[in-house]
Design a protein around this ligand. Structure first.
Ligand code: TXA
Ligand code: MG
Length: 358
């Protein structure tokens, strides 16, 4: 049986971090322990990237399949050459433009890096996070930090330290808490070992931002077929980011029709005595008041005009509805532009069904 650890959750200020706390966290990393820390995207679950045993623990604690490789976090562009080799000029151009920031680059792996980090593969995912605490933790530890999102496998990624606590307390040594993360969705993963480069996961850096530097960038096939059915390609689409409740996402050419259909569906479910929550942009909340009075739960994602706020709230809203023990969650997909592409990627992956409204 796994040993139960006493997990310390410690508040740390982002603007003036207490060095004693950072040094204690760094010592744990150097001792092969796991420390959850904030980044600008989501909380990460960190281990010394060069300590194969510590990296293995990440997989067991998260219940993550050993075939799914981790991202290595570094604190400077210079450190790239300690984890990757044959680094193309394009990688440096992207790093100079977007780091620190939510862009992960897939490059050729350095031989010194343990296989556990890359799930046995020859490529490595690397990024430099845009968060003072993350950068200082890497610096104080004196090693790159391998870290997936700090959730239990398949749960929504943690955007608050409490989310990490709920999923992993008793299994990790420390959680550094510096409040909710800014972006709320994970980094964009860009494969530079392919030509042309290919986005494997849309995220905090948008397609348009990347096109400025990589005009021929490709994007991996959508999870939807031409008939808007969710397609499952083995190995690629683990059920991910999911709430415990069943999630139905609604999509269609006319936003009014989509909202109306979602309303009708929710009303029917409530009439059948099911417990239902809906995640709504602010603009649609009034319209759902009657269903709120019938016992439907509403989570406010923020304004449709600020997709960055919708992104920031998305996973927390899912977790709130899970805590309220609803059976079913509904949400309409925002447009695909900007962060919308990343939001919709997570929604499709988390969903039980994508409902297409003509
Ligand atoms: O924003 C983020 O990226 C957060 C924070 C903590 O940095 N991390 C994160 O890690 O989301 P994780 O492990 O939850 O997601 C990493 C993604 C996975 O989809 C994984 O398959 C992919 O990156 N990945 C990692 N290494 C790869 C590689 N060598 N080749 C292709 N994909 C890789
Ligand atoms: Mg993850």
């Amino acid at each position: 049986m796994e040993k139960k650890l006493k997990t310390q959750k410690i508040s740390i200020s982002k603007s003036s971090p207490d060095m004693n706390i950072l040094n204690a966290a760094a010592k744990l990393i150097n001792d092969g322990q796991l420390v959850a820390f904030p980044t600008e995207t989501v909380y990460g679950l960190g281990a010394d990237a060069f300590n194969a045993n510590a990296v293995q623990t990440i997989f067991s604690v998260k219940q993550r399949p050993s075939t799914d490789p981790l991202i290595v976090h570094i604190d400077s562009i210079n450190a790239l050459s300690t984890v990757a080799i044959n680094i193309p000029e394009l990688a440096l151009a992207l790093a100079n433009r977007f780091w620190p920031g939510p862009l992960t680059l897939i490059l050729e792996k350095h031989l010194n890096l343990p296989h556990a980090v890359t799930a046995g593969g020859k490529s490595v995912a690397v990024r430099m996070p845009d968060h003072q605490i993350a950068l200082m933790l890497i610096e104080s530890s004196g090693c790159p930090i391998a870290a997936p999102s700090a959730n239990r496998f398949s749960r929504p990624s943690p955007t608050q330290a409490d989310h990490v606590w709920n999923d992993l307390h008793g299994k990790i040594s420390m959680i550094l808490d510096s409040g909710p993360t800014d972006i709320g969705l994970e980094s964009t993963v860009l494969d530079l070992t392919k030509s042309p480069p290919c986005i494997l996961r849309p995220g905090g850096i948008s397609l348009d931002q990347l096109k400025n530097i990589v005009p021929d960038v490709q994007i991996r096939n959508s999870y939807l077929t031409e008939n808007n059915q969710k397609q499952i390609s083995p190995g690629q689409l683990f059920k991910h980011y999911s709430p415990d409740a069943q999630l139905f996402v609604f999509r269609g050419a006319s936003p009014e029709n989509v909202i109306f259909a979602m309303y009708t569906h929710m009303e029917k479910l409530l009439n059948n005595k099911q417990s239902v929550g809906v995640m709504l942009v602010e603009e649609n909340i009034d319209f759902f008041q009657k269903l709120y009075q019938k016992g439907g739960l509403i989570e406010n994602l923020g304004s449709i005009h600020y997709l960055d706020r919708v992104a920031k709230n998305l996973f927390a809203c899912m977790r709130n509805l899970d805590s309220a023990m609803v059976d079913i969650i509904l949400m309409a997909m925002p447009p695909d532009n900007g962060l919308g592409l990343a939001i919709n990627d997570r929604l499709i992956r988390a969903s039980s069904e994508v409902v297409w409204i003509e």
